[in-house]
Write a protein that binds this ligand. Structure first.
Ligand SMILES: Nc1ncnc2c1ncn2[C@@H]1O[C@H](COP(=O)(O)OP(=O)(O)OP(=O)(O)O)[C@@H](O)[C@H]1O
Ligand SMILES: [Mg+2]
Length: 400
């Protein structure tokens, strides 16, 4: 049985001080009230390099300082797992369990929507995971049922613009999974169907299967694929506006900033779900021969990209390193702003080693996100990289 988060948040955690606490809100920015969210303590058992570990965090700034390989990223990964039920850097949950152990446990006490909550995630070597909020299991983590919300930023994100289309698709997916109720489900369905279809194409090629079988999978692929295309198309404009504003500030210029959703199915006139499905199906029919020869599906949102332009110049190809970094940073800031607006919660900002990668102006732009009630958990090898932030008020934890 699954429970909506709203319900789970009402199940009081053991020892909860919720009722005695004052409600915490952030200043409204655009007519709606944002609720504060933060992690108070995090406990790890058999998680990566931690056999038994606990850390106290506070509202506002938290610095985690430690040399390379001490486990800084592992802490952020554990927090991300509590939100998404998966890691931000691997698809294999078993990798997260300390070598030679049978299970991992991540436990956090947090404050969200005016209440204290306890979130626990267990990962088992034999397979499977379990996530509980205030002792009640949640089966699938969907957009509105995420126990907490985070925005994670690692040095890899500074390459969103420069690297392969896959990075830009993941960027869109991350935002949509957090903000659209069924997006994660349809994306999962789509990749399962795609895998199956590609396998069948290979079988048809070697004569182990008749072509007709593919027809059934075409319909399934089209159904899930169109949901993804519509959602991605719907978020692009919003992202363009937000990232455009940030880009201008970061680059201290007045250049125009455009995002162009590059998808094979969209057309100038009619992008209703029915016409997208029709076009998708007919493209699959047209390409069937080539697909069988290559054993690969050649049409669909798995081939999408996002064009990123300033004053008409494609930054993916022609951008300088600085322009590409500024645009990547602007996109991440836009992600934070959209998640905040759509969820009406202030997400927790997880910055993994990015401050050392940014120059003064870019740091400043990012820091403007911090403050105003946001919990930020920032890792670095040296505290010097965090100069300029409000170090005096920060909670500094050194890991050795
Ligand atoms: N399943 C596991 N069991 C035990 N140790 C692991 C496991 N997975 C990773 N580790 C170890 O965790 C250590 C710390 O990793 P982590 O990536 O958190 O370091 P870091 O502090 O972020 O380092 P850097 O500053 O280089 O980014 C690594 O040395 C790695 O070998
Ligand atoms: Mg690291």
């Amino acid at each position: 049985m699954t429970f909506p988060l709203k319900y789970l948040l009402q199940v009081r955690s053991r020892g909860s001080e919720a009722s005695s606490q004052k409600k915490k809100y952030c200043k409204p920015t655009s007519g709606f009230r944002l609720t504060i969210m933060y992690i108070k303590t995090l406990q790890l058992k058999n998680f990566r390099n931690y056999s038994d570990f606990s850390i106290d965090l506070k509202e506002g700034l938290n610095f985690i300082i430690g040399k390379n390989a001490t486990g800084k990223t592992n802490i952020l990964e554990a927090i991300y797992f509590l939100e998404a039920g998966k890691s931000h850097r691997t698809n294999t949950n078993q990798e997260l369990i300390t070598w030679n152990e049978e299970f991992s446990l991540i436990k956090a006490s947090a404050y969200r929507q005016d209440r204290d909550i306890i979130i626990e995630a267990s990962i088992f070597k034999a397979g499977g995971k379990q996530i509980k909020v205030n002792g009640v299991g949640i089966k699938k983590i969907r957009a509105r049922e995420r126990p907490i919300l985070t925005v994670i930023f690692t040095p890899d994100h500074l390459k969103i613009v420069k690297e392969m289309p896959e990075n830009r698709r993941s960027y869109l997916d991350e935002i949509l999974e957090k903000t659209r109720p069924d997006y994660g489900y349809w994306r999962q369905q789509y990749s399962k169907i795609l895998k199956q279809r590609n396998m069948l194409l290979k079988k048809v090629y070697v004569g182990r299967m008749k072509q007709d079988v593919i027809d059934y999978w075409d319909k399934q692929l089209v159904h899930a694929g169109v949901k993804i295309v519509i959602a991605r198309a719907g978020i692009i404009k919003k992202l363009e506006d937000r990232a455009g504003q940030s880009y201008k500030k970061i680059s201290e210029s007045d250049m125009s900033f455009e995002l162009n959703y590059e998808n094979q199915l969209l057309d100038e006139n009619n992008n209703s779900p029915e016409s997208l499905e029709e076009r998708f199906l007919s493209e699959l029919k047209n390409k069937r021969k080539a697909e069988i020869e290559r054993g690969q599906t050649l049409v669909g949102p798995h081939r999408d990209d996002v064009g990123i332009y300033t004053d008409g110049t494609d930054l993916r190809i022609y951008g300088s390193q600085g322009e590409q970094r500024s645009a990547s940073l602007a996109l991440k800031i836009a992600e934070f702003s959209i998640i905040k607006e759509l969820s009406k919660d202030l997400p927790i900002l997880l910055l993994d080693d990015v401050m050392s990668e940014l120059d003064h102006a870019r740091r400043e732009a990012l820091l403007k996100q911090v403050g105003n009630g946001i919990q930020a958990i920032i890792t670095s090898t040296h505290v010097e990289y965090l100069k300029g932030m409000d170090e005096m008020s920060a909670n500094v934890v050194t890991i050795s």
